[in-house]
Design a protein around this ligand. Structure first.
Ligand code: ADP
Length: 445
């Protein structure tokens, strides 16, 4: 097992990883940018190293700064969390070249899956159902038109290097397709430094359902059920739950088996997520995420498996601590993301100082956050302040519990998404489990 791990991230996920390391008796090295110098969790790390000045967000993205910190602190491994360098194949490879274990899949796997058009090709080769679309990168607008005529409009142009809901464009006809194609390419080039795009049929109001997988380096791959993440704003998740109200037992088994088949096809190692879109009873693969996800606590609560500890153990060469037969999913979990954003003003980010904080608690409530009263939310980073997760025997009880927890929750000083989350938990369609990726837009009007 590792003796010392560097945590190459910030905020709630840095604290989450720190907690796992402390319980595993592993020393931690926290890196931080000057914008995060007053983060309280830094005091829990065995060592802390500053990797950059504000206001730039480069620090957590700077491979040389992080590798230098890892060498100075003499760590065995680096945990990248999510975002930043977590799905950067070059970083995984650089770690390997420096004799440091990257906690995640091999660089080759990240490279293949991080390129979404390639991931699609791997899925097709493994006979995993994909959304009808292009065979890979679409080379020019003429090819785009040919494909669209074959699969039918509307179509979606997606950046092969895309992520975080960015780099997608819908086209309803030939004329809009040509401009969407060129706009998507230049947007992708700007945002990701890679202009390649591919195409999918634009599904009308699908549901987003994803499978959590865990794999070790000994050929064992298991899945831990699904999370439904259809409550989205601009393709970004706000609420996640498990199990999904849209799956029956046989669909659940089929989706789980499909995810494992795909993970095996790309020699996956570590914790990952296979994402699908669901239309009626049919599901279609969209992408694999090669990292721990924001919504991982949903799975942790229903499976009682600590995903971050498993991730660390398998990176250290150990076998998974359980096999598929021992996976028992119990009850229902819901997670909401509390962001420093103002719902009244188009969810614009709201940095500032938190003047008052009353955290929810009580039976079945988990609260993952790095914030506290007096904490300054820097303008530099993602606006996620906290994740509130509840667990209860049934979905109906979980919703009631979440309403209760949200009512206890007080944050003053910055605007947050709490009012929207409270509305979602009281929405009749959400309550009945009758929602899809168009739900939130309808609710917000
Ligand atoms: P990203 O990597 O940017 O998160 P994804 O491919 O995971 O992109 O898609 C994010 C969301 O975009 C999905 O959850 C879904 O809401 C929407 N989406 C993606 N592909 C399609 C599609 N073919 N049809 C309709 N909606 C889609």
């Amino acid at each position: 097992m590792f003796h010392r791990i560097l945590i190459a991230n910030r905020g709630e996920i840095a604290l989450r990883i720190l907690r796992a390391c402390r319980e595993l008796d592993i020393d931690t090295v926290a890196v931080y940018s000057q914008a995060d110098a007053d983060a309280a969790y830094l005091a829990l790390a065995d060592e802390k190293i500053c990797i950059g000045p504000p206001p730039s967000s480069q620090s957590y993205l700077s491979m040389p700064a992080i590798i230098a910190a890892a060498e100075v602190a003499d760590v065995d491994a680096i945990h990248p969390g999510y975002g930043f360098l977590s799905e950067n194949a070059d970083f995984a490879q650089t770690c390997r070249e420096h004799g440091i274990e990257f906690i995640g899949p091999a660089a080759e796997t990240i490279r293949q899956l991080g390129d979404k058009a390639t991931a699609r090709e791997i899925a097709i080769a493994a006979k995993v159902p994909t959304v009808p679309g292009s065979d890979g990168i679409v080379e020019d607008d003429q090819q785009a038109i040919e494909i669209a005529e074959k699969i039918g409009y509307p179509v979606l142009i997606k950046a092969t290097a895309g992520g975080g809901g960015r780099g997608m464009r819908v086209a309803n006809n030939k004329i809009s397709l040509v401009s969407a194609y060129h706009q998507a390419r230049s947007e992708a080039e700007q945002a990701f430094g890679e202009a390649g795009v591919y195409m999918e049929k634009y599904l009308e109001r699908p549901r987003h359902v994803e499978i959590q997988i865990l794999a070790d380096g000994h050929g064992n791959v298991i899945h831990l059920g699904e999370r439904e993440c259809s409550v989205q704003r601009r393709h970004q998740k706000l609420v996640e739950e498990g199990p999904s109200a849209a799956l029956n037992e046989s669909m659940r088994r089929a989706m789980g088996r499909t995810a494992v088949k795909l993970a095996k096809a790309c020699k996956f190692k570590g914790a990952g997520t296979v994402e699908f879109l669901l239309v009626g009873k049919e599901f279609y693969f969209i992408e694999v995420n090669c990292r721990i996800q924001v919504e991982h606590p949903v799975t942790e609560l229903i499976s009682r498996v600590d995903l971050v500890k498993e991730q660390i153990r398998v990176a250290a060469g150990e076998k998974l601590s359980l096999d598929q037969r021992r996976v028992r999913l119990q009850g229902h979990a819901i997670e909401v993301r509390v962001n420093a954003e103002d719902p009244e003003y188009g969810f614009r980010p709201c940095p500032g100082t938190i003047t008052k904080l009353i955290a929810p608690g009580g039976p079945g409530v988990r609260f993952d956050t790095h914030i506290y009263a007096g904490y300054r939310v820097p303008p530099t980073y993602d606006s996620l302040l906290a994740k509130l997760i509840v667990h209860a025997p049934t979905r109906a009880e979980a919703i009631v519990r979440m309403r209760r927890a949200l009512d206890e929750f007080v944050i003053e000083g910055v605007q947050t998404t709490l009012p929207t989350l409270r509305d979602i938990m009281r929405n009749a369609f959400f309550e009945r489990g009758e929602y899809d990726t168009g739900f939130l837009e309808d609710m917000l009007g």
